[in-house]
Design a protein around this ligand. Structure first.
Ligand SMILES: Cc1ncc(COP(=O)(O)O)c(C=O)c1O
Length: 436
């Protein structure tokens, strides 16, 4: 074996070790990311990560991929029942690997044949950058719904658009958005056109808030289906789900899924079930409400310290994220983000946020800070640390030590592994894995 190969592997392992150490010391405020518990992660490193699982009916004669048999029970007996409960939908598909792949599946399954029109949300109102292009790649005609400002859709115009284009599907994809969709009003506007358009709400960024109960549920509002990433406001592994109460739609989605996805990563769906259990055990309504309250409070405290986020007149946020045009406060966004990074705080710099006319701005969120144990009461301190870093009021390494001390002082929210029966079996599982 070459020394070079060994030293490359050592370097790789050192990088992973540094990543772990840093992850424990830093405050990650990237709104697209979250923190899963060690319990939820356990399945990712086990044999389930090598297996295919197709026999969803558990037919004893259909185990043509029998190696998955035991782990598959986690998907069918934990993940799906818990997600049916959380989504309040009888039909849940957990076979898409990410939000964008779930989007591709829904556009393909419900978008109609080539030439059919699909309406989605204009990027200027927070629609996802990829939706229109993806629809066109599938041979669909993309039409975009827009609104009078970065945070609203024009509902009368939406009704007219649906009546004129008679889309097979209206795909409501709110991505770069500070405020949730008023799903009931939007669905009513679509139905008012009197067509048979189906309505799918992509809640990638809002999953934890919808499943927790802090914002209205799209299926209760009359949408036909909803779905999206499981790793933004929902503290699951990087994956996606699609939920519907309509058996016929579920069958259409299932058929398209079989043709588009063969390996759905069984280990990740096991992790998703364990994350769903953590979520349910730790006051989902409280978590989802605290996310919104924390984002709003952080916004107010940042403003007080000279770094006002957008949408002050609407309370800064109705979800998990804040947008800050730091250049208005005298520090350009790239410099601000670099200073935050050096101080142990991760944020995004984006140039495509609605209403910012292409100006680079900071995007920061509170879902992961709350997952790692911070609370709404910590937001004044977080605002202190963020502004101290952005305005270089204190040396970055001093702030980074403060951030690390804050992380060390807080206990992550997801704590099922502390339950004695769970702790015992986890110890056994880990010992067995290392013995193997
Ligand atoms: C509405 C919407 N759909 C899809 C995606 C893509 O999700 P993923 O990164 O999990 O593929 C996002 C990500 O921000 C999103 O906001």
């Amino acid at each position: 074996m070459s020394d070079r190969l060994i030293s490359d592997v050592v370097s790789a392992l050192e990088a992973l070790t540094r990543q772990e150490r840093e992850a424990q010391r830093r405050l990650n405020m990237i709104p697209s990311e979250n923190h899963t518990s060690p319990l939820a992660r356990i399945a990712l490193g086990l044999d389930s990560g090598h297996r295919y699982f197709f026999n969803t009916s558990n037919d004893p004669n259909s185990w043509n991929f029998p190696a998955a048999r035991e782990a598959s029970r986690v998907e069918t007996e934990l993940t799906l029942p818990l997600l049916r409960r959380l989504t309040r939908a009888e039909h849940v598909n957990v076979r898409t690997l990410s939000g964008l792949q779930a989007m591709a599946l829904v556009l393909s399954a419900l978008g109609g044949g080539p030439g059919t029109t699909v309406i989605s949300i204009h990027a200027d109102q927070g629609g996802h950058y990829a939706t229109a292009g993806l629809a066109r790649r599938l041979g669909l005609t993309s039409v975009l719904a827009s609104g009078p400002d970065p945070h609203s859709l024009d509902l009368d115009a939406l009704t007219t658009l649906v009546a004129r284009h008679r889309p097979s599907l209206v795909y409501l994809d709110l991505s770069h958005a500070l405020f949730p969709l008023d799903a009931e009003a939007v669905v009513a506007a679509i139905r008012a056109a009197g067509t048979s358009a189906r309505v799918h709400v992509d809640i990638s960024h809002w999953m934890g808030l919808v499943l927790g109960g802090a914002i209205p549920h799209p299926l209760d509002a009359g949408a036909d289906s909803m779905g999206g990433s499981t790793h933004k406001t929902f503290p699951g592994p990087q994956h996606a789900l699609i939920a519907t109460r309509d058996a016929h739609l579920a069958a259409e989605i299932g058929l398209a899924q079989q043709e588009m996805i063969s390996n759905h990563h069984l280990a990740v769906t096991c992790a998703l079930g364990l994350a769903a259990a953590e979520f349910l055990a730790a006051d989902p309504l409280g978590y989802s409400r605290q996310i919104i309250a924390s984002a709003r409070l952080l916004g107010a405290h940042l403003a007080e310290r000279g770094l006002p986020p957008e949408a002050a007149e609407r309370g800064y946020s109705g979800g998990h994220q804040l947008w800050v045009d730091s250049a208005r406060a005298g520090v350009d966004a790239d410099t601000a983000a670099r200073r935050l990074d050096e101080a142990g705080i991760s944020v995004n710099v984006l140039t495509d946020l609605p209403g910012m006319q292409g100006r680079p701005a900071l995007r920061l969120g509170v879902a992961e800070p709350l997952s790692v144990g911070l609370t709404t009461d910590d937001m004044p301190l977080v605002a202190d640390l963020v502004t101290a870093a952005v305005f270089a009021r204190r040396p970055a390494d001093v702030i980074a030590e403060h951030v690390a001390a804050l992380r060390a002082a807080r206990v992550p929210r997801w704590r099922l592994a502390d339950q004695p029966q769970i702790a015992t079996i986890l110890r056994r599982l880990t010992a067995q894995e290392y013995a193997a």
